[in-house]
Structure formats: C-alpha cells, structure tokens
Design a protein around this ligand. Structure first.
Ligand code: ADP
Ligand code: MG
Length: 476
C-alpha cells in the first residue's frame, strides 16, 4: 500500500486505486504519469495523489532503483581515456618531480658554491607549483558531473569512456520497432482465408500470449479477452520472425513470410495494405494474415533533425520488418539509409559494414530496444537502449540507457558529452599552462611562494569550479 507522497519502494502493478506518479527522479519528465489498475509502477517514483495498492513484481535486487544504483556505482569503474592518462601520468610524474626538486636544492650549492637557503626555497616553490591536483581532481570530477547531470535528465551513462565516445559519434544506427516507432500496433485489417476473422485474431493472441515483443502485446490488446493459458504449450519465439506454439494439440505459427516458409505454409503473400503483416498458419496450412500498423514516436523526426544539426554525418535504420515498411518509416523521418528484413545475425553484419565505413576518430552509436538488438548494442562503439520499453537484455548490453524512451534524448546525450569533454580539455590546457609559466619563472628565481600557491591551490579551485559546470546539462 503506497500512500500519497510516498516513494514507491519496489516495482509492481497497480491492483487498486488511481493516482498520478512523479517519475522525474528516473526520467527527468516533469509531467506526472497516470497510475490506474493494471498499470506498471516503478520504484523510485513518487506517488502524488491517491492511495495505491500495488502487487510487487520484482524483488529489490531486480528492481529499477537497485539496477540504477548499480549502474551508477559501477560507472566510475569504466574510466575514460583521459582518466587513465591521469593515473599513468601520476605514476611517473610524482617521483620525477620529487627528484627534480631534490636536484634543484642540492646541485647548484654543491657544484657552484651558491647559498643553500636560496636554492632550497626555489626547490620548495618548484615542488608546490608542480603538484598535479588540478588535473587529478578536476578531470574525474568533470566526467562525474557529466554523468550525474545526464542522469538527472533521464540519460544513464555507464561510464566516462562512453561519454568520451558519444562526443565523437558520427554515425547513428537505429532499430525501428520500439525505438523509432511507438511499438504499440493498431490492427488495420484482418484477412482470413480459412476461418473467421475474430477466430484468426483469437488464435494470434493465443500464440503470442507469452511473448513480450511489441507485436505480441498489441495483438493481445486488440483481442481484449481473457487468454486461456492452459491451451498453449511448447511456445518457441524465433527472433526476427515470430512465434510458434502448440494450441489444442495443433502446431500454430504467427509471424512474417520467412516464418511461413519455415513451416512450409504455402500461399502466404505480402498484403497490399501499408503496415506489418502477421501471417498465421495451423499445422502448416496458411490461415490468413492480420495487418497491423505502428506510428512513429512523436519526437522521432525531430530527433533525427537534431542529430543532423549536431553534425552527425549519417543516420541508418536497421529493421527486421518488411522492406516497404522500413522504406516508408525511413522516408517519413528523414533517415539517410535503411536495411530491412534483417534477422538478428544480419543486424550484426549490417553494423559491421557501417563500422568499416567509419573514418579515423569517428564513433558509431546504435540505438535499440529488443532482445534481438542486444548483440548489436554490445558491438557498437556506444550502445543506447530504451529503458522503459526495452527488454532487460538490451538494457544490460547497452552503454547508455534512455529512461523515458525518447529518441530526442540522443541529441541531448551527445551535447552533454561534448560539453563535458570541452570542460576536460580546457582544464588540462589551463592547469598545465599556468603551471608551466609559473614553473619557468620559479626556476629563474622570479616567482615567489605566493605565485606557487596560486599555481597550485588557485588553479585547482578554478578547475574544480569549471568541472562543476558539467553538472548543468540544461545549457549543454
Ligand atoms: P525490429 O528490428 O524492427 O525491432 P524485430 O526484429 O523485432 O523488428 O521483428 C522483425 C519482424 O519479425 C517483425 O516485423 C515481424 O514481422 C516478425 N516478428 C518478430 N517477432 C514477432 C512476434 N512476436 N509476433 C509476430 N511477428 C514477429
Ligand atoms: Mg525493436
């Protein structure tokens, strides 16, 4: 039972009550979401208006909040190149500086008979100036700021290295269903060939009853009636093709033409209607198809335009759906290239081809949501997954997770990454520059201890303040 004002402690499904929940902590979305019986609510959100009775669906360890905490805690383990550089740099730098200071204190007095007092002071000034804290503190802090700021707007970045890669992204490849499109299909038409239309839809809902694919969910919703799970057994999901199951002792298959060929059901043909056809066969006999259509997400076209304006050289769509559907979505959204009718392995092959096309220093990002996207997500330089609709496999394989499933967030992520890297570079140049100048002056005996303290503490404070700008993602 969750009272208004309380934080939802565990993931679950609303059993009773009606309320709105504030998801801002997870998604950055300021408009509260509705929570009615049957809706899923996720841990970490705040219940705003009504009492909700929620049936818990996941243990704490698997809950959204626990997963996010885990991601954020482990993100510091995945260090960026600049952070690695700093670690290596410090290993040689510190002993080198200490010995140089010792030499400075001892050699001139011993070899040239100069006063010890002067050279010991100069050596101390040298030591103070050369302290590397400005770099050692501010660089990891900038990445931390970038990651923290991004997570406040619903973008989870699993490590500084991915922020670095995001800044150099030049090619972005997308999955279609669930990534660029909403993944909630409307039934456009039912074309039965043997049985009645409602029987065909009922059969489809039964075969699809255990699948979490967006097509399956939509067909179950379109059917709308209770599903008798006892009639369904031996369910097998074939990624990129469809589902097979035994229903009332008969072999039923629902999916695309390729699946129909697989079960030797002759007579399956693409429908004239625009949309995705789900073909159905019983014991190898073709029963007709259901035409379903999905709409592009409201911000998908804008997302592509924003990426273009950020200088992304190429956008590509990789889909398992039919060619004509792929073509129409690509044209509608203004995507440069598309590749359709891909099985999971073909998606990897397509991605390899894109990776080979990259120029020096360029990075490739892939955005997806499904189980069939997981291999591609881990193969890309930066894998971006949809956090709400996406399958756990995709979220696990990805490097960046968009909590609110909005493709327009990708451009935000690139902007945040670029800003973070600008800050990091500025800090490196500024810190080394000031130190270099004061060091030279100190060696020549012009700079005193005050200048040295400024070159150390002053530069550190300025670099840290600058690093904190990375937190401010609104102005990225
Ligand atoms: P995308 O790559 O666009 O996200 P998928 O690879 O998930 O699409 O699916 C590719 C095609 O395979 C779908 O367009 C559909 O024809 C078929 N398909 C996949 N899963 C199912 C399913 N559960 N039920 C029916 N058809 C499916
Ligand atoms: Mg998909």
């Amino acid at each position: 039972m969750i009272k208004p004002g309380e934080r939802i402690p565990l993931d679950g499904v609303v059993e009773e009550g009606a309320s709105s929940v504030d998801t801002a902590a997870l998604t950055g979305e300021s408009v509260p979401r509705e929570a009615l019986p049957g809706h899923e609510v996720i841990s970490g959100c705040v219940n705003l208006s009504g009492v909700l009775k929620v049936r818990v669906t996941r243990e704490f360890g698997q809950s959204t909040v626990a997963r996010i905490l885990d991601l954020v805690e482990n993100s510091s383990a995945r260090k960026s190149k600049s952070e690695h550089f700093i670690t290596r740099f410090a290993r040689y730098y510190t002993p080198a500086v200490v010995f140089a200071a010792l030499a400075l204190a001892v050699i001139p007095p011993l070899l040239f008979g100069q006063a010890f007092a002067i050279w010991v002071e100069r050596a101390l000034i040298f030591l103070v100036i050369s302290c590397p804290c400005a770099l050692v503190i501010s660089i990891p802090l900038s990445f931390f700021g970038g990651i923290g700021g991004a997570s406040r707007s619903g973008i989870l970045v699993k490590g500084g290295n991915y922020l670095e890669a995001l800044a150099d992204v030049a090619i972005v490849a997308f999955d279609k269903t669930g990534t660029l499109t909403r993944g909630s299909f409307e039934v456009v038409a039912i074309h039965p060939e043997q049985i009645g239309a409602s029987e065909l839809l009922g059969l489809a809902a039964l075969v699809e009853s255990y699948s979490e694919h967006p097509i399956s969910r939509s067909l179950r919703e379109a059917w709308g009636k209770e599903i008798d799970h006892a009639r369904v057994s031996r369910v097998e999901e074939i990624p990129g093709q469809g589902v097979r199951a035994t229903i009332d002792g008969k072999q039923v298959a629902a999916g695309n033409i390729r699946l129909m060929e697989g079960v030797n059901a002759n007579g399956a043909h693409e429908c004239r209607l625009p949309g995705t056809s789900v073909h159905i066969a019983v014991d190898g006999v073709y029963q007709g198809h259901i035409v379903i259509a999905d709409a592009a997400k409201p911000d998908a076209a804008q997302a592509i335009r924003e990426l273009k304006s950020l200088g992304i050289r190429k956008t590509v769509m990789l889909t398992g759906d039919a060619r004509k559907v792929g073509e129409s979505v690509a044209r509608e959204l203004g995507i440069d290239e598309y590749d359709a009718e891909l099985l999971p392995a073909d998606k990897v092959a397509s991605l390899e081809r894109l990776l080979a096309e990259k120029r020096e220093g360029e990075k490739l990002a892939f955005v997806g949501d499904g189980i069939n996207d997981a291999p591609v997500l881990s193969r890309a330089d930066v894998g971006i997954a949809m956090g709400a609709l996406g399958s756990d496999a995709a979220i696990e394989a990805a490097d960046v997770v968009l909590m609110d499933d909005k493709p327009a967030r990708i451009a935000d992520a690139v902007r945040i990454a670029r800003k973070t890297l600008r800050i990091v570079r500025w800090n490196i140049v500024f810190a080394l520059g000031v130190k270099g100048v004061v060091l030279a002056l100190g060696a020549a005996g012009v700079a005193n201890m005050w200048a040295a303290v400024f070159a150390d503490v002053g530069v550190s404070v300025i670099a840290i303040l600058n690093a904190m700008r990375a937190l401010d993602v609104k102005n990225a």
